[in-house]
Design a binder for this molecule. Structure first.
Ligand code: MLT
Ligand code: MN
Ligand code: ZN
Length: 301
C-alpha cells in the first residue's frame, strides 16, 4: 500500500522521434544515437494497491505502453484489465486517442471535465467505448472524487487553451477553462500533481503544487520560440498552451521558490534539447533541481 506512479509515456504529442520529424533531436533518435532515448506520448498510471490503476490520459501509444508495463496486463480470467479508470486532463489527441484502443467491451470509469467529455460525446468514433460498460463521469473543477478506492483526486484550472483540433472555435488563449486542467492526487498521506500542459503560472497552480511529493509538469519546450527556430513550426509555446522551461517567465524560474518534493518534466517535445544526454540544457534543468521523465520511470511513495 502507498501511492505508486509509473510514467507510461514522457514525450509530448508525436513522441520521440516523431513520425515525420527531422529536427536535430529527432535526427539523433532516428540514427539510434544513445544520447536520445525514444519516448512514447505522455501518460502516467497511479495506484494505491498495485492491482487497480488509474491512467492519467490515454495516449496513442497505449498499446505499446501496456506491453512495456506488466502491471497493466490482464491477470485474471478470460477478460481482465488492471486499468480500472482513465482521467483526461485535456482533449488533445495525444491524451485521448488511446481510448480507441480500450474497446472490446472492457468496463472502466472515464473521468474528465464536462468540456473534455463533451468533445468525446461529439465524436461518434468514441462510441467504441460501449456506454453500457464504460461509464463517463464529468467532474467539476476543485471537487474531489475517488476514481479508485483510497485515491482522492481533484482537477484544477490551469492557464491553457482549447484542443488544437478545436481551434476553429472561439479560442480563449491562456485563460483558465475546463479545456486543460491540472490533476491533484492524494492517497496514504502522499500527494502527486500532474500538469502536462500549462501556459503560464497562476496562484492556483502555486497552491496546488506547494508541498506535493511528486510534481509532473509541462516540459514541452525549452524556449518559447523553439518550434520556429528548429524550423518545424510557426507557433510559439505559449500559443500552443505551453510555457517554456527556460527564461525569466519559464517554469524553472517561476516555480523555483515553491517548496515541493521531486520536480519532474513530462510531455517533453521532441525538439527540446533537454532530451539529449550531456546537453547544456539538460545540465541546466538538473542544476535547477529538475529531472526529466523517461518511459518506465516508477515511484513508490
Ligand atoms: C499540445 O500539447 O499542444 C497538443 O498535444 C498538440 C496536439 O494536439 O498536437
Ligand atoms: Mn500534448
Ligand atoms: Zn523532432
Amino acid at each position: 500500500m502507498g501511492l505508486r506512479a509509473v510514467v507510461l509515456g514522457s514525450a509530448a504529442g508525436g513522441g520521440v522521434p516523431q513520425w515525420n520529424c527531422g529536427c536535430p533531436v529527432c535526427r539523433l533518435a532516428w540514427a539510434g544515437d544513445s544520447r536520445v532515448q525514444p519516448r512514447t506520448q505522455s501518460s502516467i498510471a497511479v495506484s494505491v494497491d498495485g492491482e487497480k490503476w488509474l491512467l492519467l490520459n490515454a495516449s496513442p501509444d497505449i498499446r505499446q505502453q501496456i506491453l512495456s508495463n506488466p502491471v497493466l496486463q490482464p491477470r485474471n480470467g478470460s477478460r481482465h484489465s488492471p486499468i480500472a479508470a482513465v482521467l483526461l486532463s485535456s482533449g488533445d489527441i495525444d491524451h485521448i486517442a488511446g481510448l480507441l484502443c480500450l474497446r472490446e467491451r472492457q468496463a472502466f470509469l472515464l473521468f474528465g471535465t464536462a468540456e473534455i467529455l463533451g468533445s468525446l460525446d461529439e465524436n461518434r468514433v468514441f462510441e467504441v467505448m460501449a456506454r453500457d460498460v464504460v461509464s463517463r463521469r464529468a467532474v467539476r473543477l476543485d471537487e474531489s472524487f475517488e476514481p479508485l478506492p483510497g485515491l482522492i483526486v481533484s482537477l484544477i484550472a490551469v492557464p491553457g487553451k482549447v484542443s488544437l483540433w478545436r481551434e476553429d472555435e472561439p479560442m480563449r488563449l491562456g485563460e483558465e477553462t475546463e479545456a486543460t486542467v491540472g490533476v491533484a492526487i492524494s492517497a496514504a498521506g502522499k500527494r502527486i500533481a500532474y500538469i502536462p500542459g500549462c501556459a503560464a503560472p497562476s496562484l492556483r497552480l502555486y497552491e496546488t503544487i506547494t508541498g506535493t511529493d511528486l510534481l509532473f509538469f509541462d516540459g514541452t519546450l525549452w524556449e518559447d520560440d523553439e518550434m520556429i527556430t528548429t524550423g518545424v513550426g510557426s507557433k510559439t509555446g505559449r500559443r500552443m498552451g505551453h510555457m517554456p522551461m527556460s527564461g525569466p517567465d519559464g517554469s524553472m524560474a517561476t516555480l523555483a521558490d515553491i517548496p515541493c518534493g521531486k520536480r519532474i518534466f513530462i510531455h517533453i517535445n521532441n525538439t527540446n534539447r533537454v532530451l539529449v544526454d550531456g546537453s547544456a540544457e539538460r545540465a541546466a534543468i538538473e542544476e535547477a533541481g529538475w529531472i526529466i521523465a523517461h518511459d518506465g520511470m516508477a515511484f513508490s511513495l
